[in-house]
Design a protein around this ligand. Structure first.
Ligand SMILES: [Mn+2]
Length: 405
């Protein structure tokens, strides 16, 4: 790695150093980030929000065209494949047409009325089977889509002490996840996500990284853990979780978002950019010692309730690029030396000086050299894209339901 100390703030050097890192950096956008969403009290309808899968692909293509860093889109089976595996050909056509790869496949295990008391953890064997059937169809869809990752999040849990047998639910989860793993194609991965609470408020069946790790281990060698940055208690040291998952070779991917209170699904880096920087640093630090290890999947998982969706997604991708670039400036050799000599202030300053380096000129140069707009957000405004799709989609959105009643 090129040595870039705090004194070396030469813009051209930084740009040269970063260009190969930026070429490799990609973050996946979620299809649901372009659709109308809201809070648990009501949905807020935007005239330009995407309704159809084609509209979601068009929005994702717009973000990638401007950022050059978001070539794929994560999909939700129930929302994007309403006819299940029969929709694969249509999705492949859209993917080709818009030049956006279909990314992680997310089964939906929380919307059916049958899942009121859980899916894989439901005490009713018939409902557990319904959940497994849906997951197995999702595996088949993911297999058809170039062996995409199967990304699993469960809303399962309970609201009151004594109302569910937590140990039995562990067994049921283990059984469902093992059967899921058995259906994977060679090379296909399943990612197990965790979350401490919400929608369940007493116990959640996969509440933290330890439970996700044990479930993934028990399921088989193609199962890994997915870290959603918003799915931790406030005091949790998330980079330490990463350090452990990488140590155990179990880090599969990320869902990026930011939060102030709980799982707020705010724009990445909007509240605590230093947190995102520390996560990227932890990954890059591991990879500097283990260059053979596969990089984890970077995926956005946000809900843009108030911001314009395409604008917010582009802002997110650009922020991810910027914070990743800053993390690429950390001098790992120098940091290792400071750490081994316990030079605390110098070690900390090694991180901080990378974080505080303004990488925006280097990003502008990188974009210019690749024929991209230097200021992608301004280019989005100038393109008139949002106004155009608002005019096309506005009438559909006018009829959209804002209430959950
Ligand atoms: Mn998530």
């Amino acid at each position: 790695m090129t040595t870039l100390g705090p004194s070396d703030s030469n813009a051209a050097n930084i740009a040269d150093h970063l260009s190969k890192h930026l070429d490799r950096f990609a973050i996946e956008v979620p299809s649901w980030g372009f659709a109308n969403t809201g809070t648990r009290f009501g949905k807020f309808v935007q005239p330009s929000a995407a309704h159809t899968l084609e509209e979601k692909f068009a929005d994702a293509a717009q973000v990638h065209q401007l950022s050059g860093a978001s070539p794929s889109m994560a999909m939700h089976v129930l929302w994007d494949f309403p006819n299940g595996i029969r929709d694969v050909a249509k999705v492949c056509d859209l993917s080709r047409h818009y030049g956006i790869r279909a990314g992680a496949i997310n089964p939906n295990l929380f919307e059916s009325q049958n899942y009121k008391f859980g899916s894989f953890g439901n005490p009713d064997a018939a409902i557990r089977q319904q959940a497994l059937d849906h997951v197995l169809e999702s595996v088949a869809i993911a297999r058809e889509m170039n062996n995409a990752d199967l990304s699993l999040w469960f809303a399962d849990g309970s609201n009151y002490p004594g109302t569910q047998n937590i140990r039995h639910r562990i067994d049921w989860f283990q059984e469902g996840l093992s059967k899921t793993h058995a259906a994977l194609a060679p090379g296909q991965r399943m990612l197990v996500e965790y979350k401490p609470f919400e929608p369940a408020f007493y116990h959640t069946d996969i509440a933290d990284w330890g439970m996700a790790l044990l479930f993934a281990r028990a399921a088989g060698p193609q199962a890994f853990v997915l870290v959603d940055t918003g799915h931790h208690y406030q005091a949790q040291n998330i980079e330490q979780v990463l350090a452990w998952l990488q140590h155990e070779k179990m880090l599969g991917g990320f869902h990026f978002n930011d939060r102030r209170y709980a799982d707020d699904d705010l724009t990445l880096g909007s509240i605590d950019p230093y947190q995102v920087f520390r996560l990227f640093h932890e990954i890059l630090s591991y990879h500097s010692e283990h260059p053979e290890a596969a990089a984890p999947a970077y995926v956005v998982d946000q809900s843009h309730n108030l911001k314009n969706k395409v604008k917010a997604m582009l802002q997110t991708v650009l922020t991810a690029q910027e914070l990743y670039a800053k993390a690429c400036l950390v001098d790992h050799a120098q940091l290792a030396k400071m750490q081994s000599e316990c030079r605390l202030v110098e070690a900390e300053e090694c991180l901080r000086s990378a974080f505080w380096t303004d990488v925006r000129p280097a990003l502008r140069q990188w974009r210019r050299e690749r024929g991209l707009a230097e200021d992608p957000l301004q280019a989005l405004r100038d393109s008139g894209y949002i106004e155009r799709v608002a005019a096309e989609r506005g009438s559909k959105n006018k009829n959209a339901v804002s209430s959950y009643a």
